[in-house]
Write a protein that binds this ligand. Structure first.
Ligand code: G3P
Length: 220
């Protein structure tokens, strides 16, 4: 499973990229707004940090507007993936942009039926939101499992990008379900490192080593 960072924060992206485990980036209008830098400018900066697909979402809600914005976003950098919402206009724009060779991430997907529409429209990937379904008391991860199975039944090339992942457990479950990509906040990527036995084990190794060779080399 590819790891994408779900952030528009350059510091977080630099840290993640330095670890060598970040394959791409997803942004949305809320994440861009947090950084207070216009979308085009921020997305350009992101593309300089992470060498992989970078999703840039349109804010138009009508078909013509999405086409215009989608084409403009795609022209910013070869790594840009245009993000369109799973509305009627968004699916129509996805269909048209995909035919032009522009990669589209269909976002705000909450059901397998919606994911079928994204695949039929030629989306490069679909983004089902796990955490937001969990927030409603539903099992978001089941939607990921269902979409993976349906896409595999028919050989749809559309990738399943598990989004709204809120914990390391979500990341692991998305991988188990067969999601092609998991996008996560920096905090969740950082939490994936943590295991108390790793820290304890390392402390013990270093103590044993220091004890065995204490003073060694000082008398030569
Ligand atoms: O970028 C879309 C998605 O990952 C948002 O996650 O936690 O705001 O539901 P969240």
């Amino acid at each position: 499973m590819k790891f994408f960072l779900d952030t528009a924060n350059l510091e977080e992206l630099r840290k993640g990229a330095a670890w060598g485990v970040v394959d791409g980036v997803t942004t949305n209008p809320s994440l861009i707004a947090k950084e207070a830098v216009p979308m085009a400018e921020q997305v350009r900066r992101i593309c300089e940090i992470v060498d992989g697909p970078v999703s840039a979402e349109v804010v138009a809600t009508d078909y013509e507007g999405m086409l215009r914005e989608g084409r403009a976003n795609a022209a910013l950098h070869p790594n840009i993936v245009v993000k369109c919402p799973l509305t009627r206009a968004g699916i129509q724009a996805c269909s048209a942009l995909s035919k032009e060779g522009i990669r589209v991430n269909v976002t705000l997907c909450f059901s397998p039926g919606q994911a079928l529409l994204a695949a039929k429209a030629g989306a490069w990937c679909v983004s089902p939101f796990v955490g937001r379904l969990d927030d409603l008391g539903l099992e978001g991860m089941q939607v990921i499992r269902d979409i993976c199975r349906i896409y595999s039944n028919y050989g749809f090339p559309t990738r399943v990008l598990a989004a709204s992942l809120r914990s390391p457990l979500h990341v692991v479950q998305a991988a188990e379900a067969g999601a092609h990509i998991g996008t996560m906040p920096f905090k969740v990527l950082d939490q994936l490192f943590n295991h108390p036995l790793t820290g304890q084990g390392l402390d013990q190794f270093l103590k044993d080593y220091a004890k065995a060779f204490q003073g060694a080399g000082s008398g030569s």
